[in-house]
Every structure is written in C-alpha cells, then in structure tokens.
Design a protein around this ligand. Structure first.
Ligand SMILES: *Cc1c(COP(=O)(O)O)cnc(C)c1O
Length: 354
C-alpha cells in the first residue's frame, strides 16, 4: 500500500520549503539563514510548566506593541513570522481564491499557499527589484492575499513607499496586503506601521528571529487593525507559545533587551559595510546589490563555483542561482567580523583583486 497516495494531492505534489537547515551542509561558518551570528543570554524566570500558557501572553504583546508603536489590540503573537503567513491564508482564502507574490522573494508564501491548497499567481519584480504595479493590478481578479517583502529577501532592497501605498489603494475592499517586515529592525524608519490607521486591509509581519537574534525561539508577530487581528485569533492554535518562549520573548522586549537588539543592529550594519567594501574589491564579483538588511546579495562571474568551493570548505552560504532572475547570485548573511574575513579570504583565493 502506498501511503503517499492517501495524502492530499496538493501535498503529494508539494516541494517542502528548502530551509537552510534542511539543505544541510557541514561547516563551521553558517551564513545561509540570516541569523544573528551569536546568541544572547537569557534565563528562565517562569517555571509554571504544569499549566497551559496564556494564549496571547500579555507581557509579550504589550512589550511588542510598545516597541512597534501600536496598541496591544493591534498585535498577534505567533510561532515565528512564518505562522502569520499561514494564518492569513487560512483565514482569508476560499479554496478557489489565489494568493499573489512577487519573485524573487521569500519562499514561504508559495509553500504555505500550496499546503493550504490555494493557487499562487506571481508578478515578477522589475529589473531594479521593485513592484510591477500595472501587472499586479491586471492580475488581481480572485486574489485574496498579496504578499510583499520589504526589505525584500533575498535582494535586500526596500520597496518604494509610494508603490506600497498605491498597492494598498488598488486592493482596498478586495484583498489583504501583507507587508513582510522581517528585516525592518535594520531600517526602522521604513516601516509601514504608520499606515495601519489608513488601511484596514494591511497586515505587517514581524519576527524576533533576525535583529533580536532569537531564531531558535520561534516567535513572530502580525501587526494590523483590531478587526483583522480578531479574525486571525479565530484560526490560531489555542496555545501557540510555549511558556519558555514567552518568558524569554518578554525579557527581550524590556528596555534592556531592546538596547541589546539595537547594539546588534549597529554591529551588523558596521560589519555589512565592511563586507560589502571587501567584496567589491574582488575581480570575481560582478555586483554587490545595495542592502538594508543583515545580508548581501552578490552576483559572481561563476556563482556555482564560488558556492560549491566555500561549501566544501565549511562556509555555508545561500545559493540563489535558481531564483527568478538571480543567476550566479549568492546571498551572504553578515556574520561576525572573523567570519566575514574568512569569507573574503576564501573568495579571494578563487579570484584576486580587481
Ligand atoms: C525570516 C523570515 C520570516 C520569518 O521567520 P520566522 O523565523 O518564522 O519568524 C518571514 N519573512 C521573511 C522574509 C524572512 O526572511
């Protein structure tokens, strides 16, 4: 008996998300998942492990609301930002609706939609990695959720604010616009949070996995108007956050935790500037795209060779060769100063200076 045949047809056809961890690799330098390179230190303070947790732990919701500049009823906390993607699809898409996203971008929009049996429409980003608004408008029929990512993963750029506003206007009353701000802590002035008051169909995804250096915690947020948050409350699991997770998240959102996060951002931006400059000096590098996040998208003469060679040396980067319009590109997470130097040495050995 073939158990696979018993599973839903869309699951039979599904390629699971190619997460950095799933792709494997043996190394001592991990720059493929946009993690912060070192771990913060927290102790557990809440030991009521016998009790079910608060479904929406107050200290976490209030802490994040204060940090983001919204009210607690504009916040939903979930198992990573990834859970937010799926909740929005499940809450808003009927079986014959579609989601729309703009590649090259984050892979989870497609995986979550396919898991739910919802079809995807894609409208590629323009050559400068911006939204193709005219084409999005043409494709909106039957679309219930539009996912955009700013700063965009893997390209690193911000989407033009005026384009996001136009997108919000053209979708009003028709579809939810999700702005994925997983990397916004590296450029907080670019947030769309200030537009929540104007757009009831705007949802913003946030996470503690990147600038907060807490990817292992699995804690993320949706920011939206109270009405939209209440809809998501209907579909989220009853107890999404384990007690140890909310305990540590609450500490990370205290003033001392926020200061630590801001130091991590400062350190990352300094190291990104240095890494970018050193990459641009290498003959094998075609282009380093400008980035507002904690990673750089780099186009090489022969990206496959660079990726493979560093992989074999235990330096694990993220190959983007197969992503739309990103032939020979590699995404490199900004690591520690030492890690970045090792990356430059390894690429120099294949290259030489310009
Ligand atoms: C990392 C990331 C997320 C969310 O990650 P979680 O660890 O699930 O919080 C969401 N969107 C993008 C673009 C990301 O890179």
């Amino acid at each position: 008996m073939n158990i696979n045949k018993l599973s839903r047809q869309n699951i039979q056809a599904l390629t699971p998300y190619q997460s950095a961890r799933r792709l494997g690799g043996k190394g001592d330098i991990w720059l493929n998942a946009n993690e912060y390179p070192t771990s913060p230190n927290f102790d557990l303070t809440d030991r009521t492990f016998n009790r079910y947790p608060d479904p929406q732990p107050q200290a976490v919701v209030e802490g994040y609301a204060t940090y983001a500049g919204v009210l607690p009823d504009n916040v939903l906390v979930s198992r990573g930002g990834d859970e937010s993607i799926e909740l929005i699809i499940r809450a808003f898409c009927e079986a014959d609706n579609q989601v729309l996203y703009c590649p090259p971008t984050y892979g989870m929009y497609a995986v979550s939609a396919e898991t739910c049996g919802i079809a995807c429409k894609t409208v590629p980003l323009t050559a400068d990695f911006q939204l193709n608004l005219a084409e999005i408008e043409r494709q909106l029929d039957n679309v219930k959720v539009v996912f955009v990512c700013s700063p965009n993963n893997p390209t690193g750029n911000l989407l033009n604010r005026s384009d996001l506003l136009t997108l919000l206007q053209m979708t009003a009353g028709r579809a939810i616009v999700v702005v994925d701000e997983a990397y916004i802590d590296f450029c907080p002035e670019a947030t769309m949070v200030t537009e929540l008051a104007n757009y009831p169909h705007l949802a913003i995804i946030r996470t503690l996995s990147k600038a907060f250096a807490l990817a292992g915690l699995r804690c993320g947020f949706t920011l939206a108007n109270a009405e939209l948050i209440q809809i998501l409350q209907k579909v989220i699991a009853p107890y999404p956050l384990p007690v140890p997770v909310s305990d540590i998240a609450a500490q990370a959102l205290q003033p001392q935790g926020l200061r630590q996060m801001q130091n991590q951002v400062t350190e990352t931006l300094k190291n990104r500037t240095e890494l970018q400059k050193n990459l641009e000096d290498l003959a094998i590098v075609d282009q380093v795209y400008p980035s507002e996040a904690n990673y750089l998208l780099v186009k090489f003469k022969d990206g496959q060779k660079v990726f493979q060679s560093l992989w074999e040396q235990g330096i694990i980067l993220r190959d983007q060769h197969k992503a739309l319009n990103l032939q020979n590109c590699i995404r490199i997470t900004v690591g520690t100063e030492e890690e970045n130097e090792r990356v430059i040495e390894a690429i120099s050995a294949l290259s030489g200076k310009k």
